[in-house]
Design a protein. Structure first.
Ligand code: DO4
Ligand code: MG
Length: 289
């Protein structure tokens, strides 16, 4: 089952977002806000979420997907990110780094994972939205990632697609610049929906793939099975929740396992397509910020 946030196409952008449930054929959205659900966090907190959502099929009012604009699938959740959870991410980062290479090696092996703050919900870019590259960076890449959706009790209740946009030259120059390499305008995209009611075992059979297009030509494509991730989802969520609280829930990006070759950098106008089987496709266009 797939939850989303949306606006009817005819609504002004300033209109309040609506919570939706995709129909099983993916062609329509059931309007859960018309049925009284105004935010995602209250829904995600329900122990009977799957049964509750099943009850809307055939009863809630529906709109064709082509008649709505999908919004980022977060309303008040903080967005955090784990890193160096795939061997590919560790080796790429050790190559880009001048003097902090061993930090990546050590965190890959350590019990405590790397976790950093990524975005406030209101700053997240949604389906079809912009993916930012910094004007003061020279080496920019998307990071296609599976994102865990946590409820206010820290339980993993859903999954979405993330693009953890990153400036490799800034991160590589000095690890203390990581927040600048990772957190800037339009550096986080999520969407198009949140898949709920699936187990970690099932999600580990999924594949994450990315295609970067420039004026219609494919500049890079790659993929990784989710199963190549080094850590468990509960393990990552457990570390995020330590000495923390998320009254509205949280989203946790789980790290990238696909890194373009070192000579590749994004350009303005590039189209980044990230697909995760079981969720869908997140498409964003690169802008300079
Ligand atoms: O250590 C820097 C960030 C790692 C990251 O974002 C990733 O592995 O996906
Ligand atoms: Mg990342």
């Amino acid at each position: 089952m797939k939850l989303c946030r949306f606006l009817p196409s005819e609504s002004a952008s300033s209109s309040p977002a609506r919570v939706g449930l995709l129909t099983p054929d993916g062609a329509s959205v059931l309007d859960l806000t018309a049925a009284g659900w105004t935010d995602l966090s209250a829904l995600l907190d329900r122990d009977d979420l799957v049964a509750l959502l099943a009850g809307f099929q055939g009863t809630a009012s529906a709109r064709l997907l082509s008649d709505v604009r999908l919004l980022p699938p977060v309303d008040r959740q903080e967005v955090w990110a784990a890193g160096v959870t795939y061997l590919r991410s560790k080796s790429a980062r050790m190559e880009e780094s001048d003097f902090s290479a061993t930090a990546y090696d050590r965190v890959y092996e350590a019990p405590r994972p790397e976790i950093f703050f990524k975005s406030l919900a209101e700053k997240v870019s949604g389906p079809g939205g912009p993916a930012g590259i910094r004007a003061d960076a020279k080496w920019n890449v998307p990071e296609p990632e599976l994102a865990l959706v946590l409820n206010s009790r820290g339980q993993v209740v859903g999954y979405t697609i993330a693009n953890d946009m990153s400036s490799r030259d800034i991160e590589g120059e000095n690890l203390l610049y990581l927040p600048q390499a990772k957190m800037y305008r339009h550096s986080c995209a999520l969407g198009p929906c949140i898949t709920v009611g699936v187990t970690e075992t099932e999600v580990r059979t999924w594949t994450i793939s990315i295609r970067i297009e420039r004026q219609g030509a494919v500049m890079f494509q790659g993929e990784t099975p989710v199963s190549k991730i080094k850590r468990g989802f509960e393990e990552l969520a457990g570390w995020l929740n330590r000495s923390q609280e998320f009254p509205h829930g949280a989203v946790l990006l789980t790290g990238t396992g696909v890194v373009p070759p070192n000579e590749f950098t994004l350009a303005v106008g590039d189209v980044v397509r990230i697909q995760i089987s079981g969720v869908g496709e997140l498409v964003n266009t690169v802008v300079e910020v």
